[in-house]
Design a protein around this ligand. Structure first.
Ligand code: ADP
Ligand code: ZN
Ligand code: ZN
Length: 744
């Protein structure tokens, strides 16, 4: 009797074992999808191993159905899942949920279509002419054959072209003609599984020749790859990193290996995809979450056979690569590489290096503003560092000016959003026909509203945060739970009609701009304006085509976008970035400001960046102005060492959630008692996070700081066990406890 251990998409600490019915014993291997029963429900699971050890202590259920002939997941992938589950302290089933597209987790239903091809009895040119002769007076049938031949674009008798039936039989008379041709053995019909995959891209350009600086960087990277080292490419914005990536990918393809190109966000794939397809044609596949379930399942299936280059977001790490030679992690500093919810809470950059080990593949991290962790790894010799300090063609880096908003306010040289200095610069750019990007890190009209009479600020009922005012929907919206309510004219507390908007978001900036520049074409780019991928692509397309003069937006526009006519970038309120309560706040604000500045003047002209701030003396602002990453890095290291934050420790955050504050506190006390003996001073907490209450549940947090050595693995295991123990205690089972390893 054979048994199979099955991975299920559930947070179970162990795999469940099922009996393999005899008739399937011969086909059973690891990586096959099976249907099994858990309790009263059926699930699609995946076999991990097949063995003959009779499980003890319970009645083994049989596997209900076998869903695959061949494994859907290969051995390398299975090992990778286990490695991630170990590292990020979650179950393999949770990794499976993230890894397998939904279309594969339910049953796979391929789309089929009917196609028409030349009848197999026709094996030569002469026979074809004979059949054509029989059609002499059947005009419609003859026309059909001619159309088929033109679609086929040359005839092969051994493997005749298959034309979709819908292209040949477009109306009743064509349908009748086709039926007649089939009867005369000119055509036959076949049913085919079709991909909706677009394989029509063709290469249109040669590999670009690299500049001397690029070639030098390329060679250094190649040497690091040979030495089996992760390479960190620190190159200023527009230094031509992407062109270097393209060369490295081409080299992998020549060796018959695959390349994975990771981007932090779907939004960015649009610009890069064209650059890749123009060189690699249909070998390029794109993978991200905006595709529907079936599309993702099809791309998954196509990876080993069709696609040699995959461009994707973090989930692309889970595709069934069979011979991966290179992983590129572009914009490696981006926090969107980290999955917050649900588990596995993995960071794609680190998960990429684990995947690369499986395949003995090279890893390149690229960025203009490295994360402190990566740069530290490069300084300590764990990674190799490659630097590009010049823009391609020596285009000058932008010149950065700082506007002191306190001073501007005193002199009445601002309307609350724009300083006169910035307005004059915008006006100048518009007159010269140049484009402008304005960055404000808050969406909505204003971050909150307040009663001028009693001071009341409307808050969310479910969360301990104030509501953001959105003018578009005339609503107050919670940015944590999404709840929204109409914007009331009177104060709900004192009924005063003096409800005032406070501060400003992208909507207000857009409104004010339209007043200052009524002729300008202004568009907003934030989560609200670009809910769909289409909307996002359209806005960027319009901007690239110069149908938009000014783009106002959030972080969405800071990322590697490349527009050659942008000469001015404005950062409307740097203070919101500087005052963020997080140990990474300064690192983040430097990165954001440097990245958004990098959008200015990418070609020959020198660009101009204007930063508005009430903290013009801030050190971070000075460093951005000088583009001095090194100084930022060194000052951050001193702080991180003093407070024992990464890279000097491995941080794990533990969050407890429950509707009752009392139950929550009790659970936190329990957990602390259980952990303290082994963890000691490594554990801090419980403490309240800055938002203490979300969606009707209170929150408490712990931090665990582990040494960066072998001991960490044992302590992590201990942590996971104790958390399970708390969940089993009477009255505490409803407390949700999440573990985040290396929180971003
Ligand atoms: P980065 O990725 O560092 O921001 P890009 O690769 O996007 O930089 O390069 C910036 C600009 O310079 C792009 O418009 C790109 O097409 C151009 N460029 C870079 N390298 C080359 C090259 N070797 N040949 C021609 N154009 C290049
Ligand atoms: Zn009031
Ligand atoms: Zn809320």
């Amino acid at each position: 009797m054979l048994f199979a251990d099955v991975i299920l998409p559930l947070p179970l600490p162990k795999l469940l074992t099922y009996a393999v019915p005899d008739e399937w014993a011969g086909r059973m291997t690891a990586g096959i999808r099976v249907e099994v029963t858990v309790g009263k429900k059926n699930y699609t699971g995946l076999t991990r191993r097949v063995h003959d050890h009779v499980p003890e202590g319970y009645a083994v259920k049989p596997i209900v159905a076998l869903l695959d002939e061949r494994p859907t997941v290969n051995e390398k992938q299975l090992q990778y899942w286990e490695q991630l589950a170990d590292y990020y302290l979650c179950s393999v089933g949770e990794v499976m949920k993230a890894a397998l597209p939904t279309g594969l987790r339910t049953s796979f239903t391929p789309l089929v279509e009917t196609r028409v091809r030349l009848h197999p009895s026709i094996t030569s040119e002469a026979q074809l002419h004979d059949r054509l002769d029989t059609l002499k007076r059947a005009v419609n049938q003859e026309a059909l054959l001619v159309r088929y031949l033109s679609l086929a674009d040359g005839i092969r008798f051994d493997r005749p072209h298959e034309a979709p039936k819908k292209w040949l039989a477009r109306d009743a008379s064509e349908t009748a003609a086709l039926a007649a041709c089939i009867k005369r053995n000119i055509f036959e019909q076949v049913t085919c599984e079709v991909g909706r995959l677009d394989l029509s891209a063709t290469a249109t350009r040669e590999l670009p020749a690299l500049s001397d600086a690029q070639q030098q960087a390329h060679n250094e990277i190649a040497a690091l790859f040979d030495a089996r080292k992760v390479a960190l490419l620190h190159g200023v914005t527009a230094s031509g990193k992407t062109e270097i990536y393209i060369h490295l990918i081409a080299e992998q393809l020549r060796r018959g290996r695959q390349a994975l190109y990771l981007l932090p966000e779907i939004a960015l794939t649009t610009q890069i995809i064209e650059r890749l397809q123009s060189v690699f044609g249909a070998a390029v596949g794109v993978y991200h979450s905006k595709y529907n379930d079936n599309e993702r399942a099809e791309i998954y299936r196509a990876v080993p056979s069709l696609y040699r280059v995959i461009l994707g977001v973090r989930s692309a790490l889970f595709l069934p690569f069979d011979n991966l030679g290179l992983i590129l992690v572009d914009e490696e500093h981006e926090t969107t590489y980290k999955q917050f919810d649900p588990a596995p809470r993995y960071h794609a950059r680190d998960a990429a290096t684990m995947l690369a080990q499986q395949h003995d593949a090279a890893v390149l991290l690229g960025t203009a503003t490295p994360s402190i962790e990566s740069f530290y790894n490069a300084c300590t010799g764990k990674y190799g560092l490659v630097t590009l300090t010049e823009r391609y063609h020596r285009a000058p880096l932008p010149k950065t000016e700082v506007v002191d908003m306190l001073h501007a306010r005193k002199k009445q040289r601002t309307d609350g959003v724009f300083s006169q200095h910035l307005l004059e610069a915008i006006s100048g750019a518009l007159i010269r026909g140049e484009q402008v990007i304005l960055f404000q890190n808050r969406r909505g009209y204003s971050p909150y509203v307040q009663c001028a009479d009693c001071g009341h600020i409307p808050h969310c009922r479910q969360c301990s945060v104030s509501l953001t005012c959105h003018r578009q929907g005339q609503a107050l919206v919670c940015h944590y739970c999404g709840a929204s309510q109409p914007l009331a004219a009177a104060c709900p507390e004192c009924h005063s009609p003096q409800m005032q908007t406070k501060g400003f978001g992208t909507e207000k900036a857009e409104d004010m701009l339209q007043i200052h520049f009524p002729q300008a074409r202004i568009t907003r780019l934030d989560l609200d304006a670009a809910r769909t991928k289409q909307a996002y692509t359209r806005i960027l397309g319009d901007f690239a085509q110069r149908r938009i003069d000014i783009l106002v937006g959030t972080q969405m526009l800071t990322k590697g976008l490349d527009f050659d006519n942008v000469t001015l970038v404005g950062i409307l309120d740097a203070d919101t970035l500087l005052n963020f309560p997080d140990f990474r706040a300064h690192e983040r604000s430097f990165q954001l400001m440097t990245q958004v500045s990098g959008r200015a003047g990418r070609q020959q002209q020198q660009g101009r960046v204007i930063i508005q701030t009430a903290q013009s003396g801030s050190r971070i602002i000075q460093l951005v102005r000088r583009n001095d990453y090194r100084a930022l890095f060194e000052s951050q290291l001193i702080e991180r060492r003093e407070f024992h934050f990464p890279p000097y420790s491995r941080l794990i955050s533990i969050t407890l959630k429950h509707p009752s504050n009392d139950v929550l506190k009790q659970a936190a006390r329990q957990l602390r008692t259980l952990l303290i003996p082994a963890m000691g001073a490594r554990l801090t907490g419980p403490f309240q996070p800055s938002v203490q209450y979300i969606q009707g549940r209170h929150l408490l947090c712990f931090w665990l700081r582990l040494e960066r050595n072998a001991k960490a693995a044992g302590l992590k295991k201990h942590l996971a066990e104790q958390i399970r123990a708390v969940g089993k205690q009477k009255g505490l089972s409803g407390v949700e406890i999440t573990i985040d390893v290396d929180p971003a």
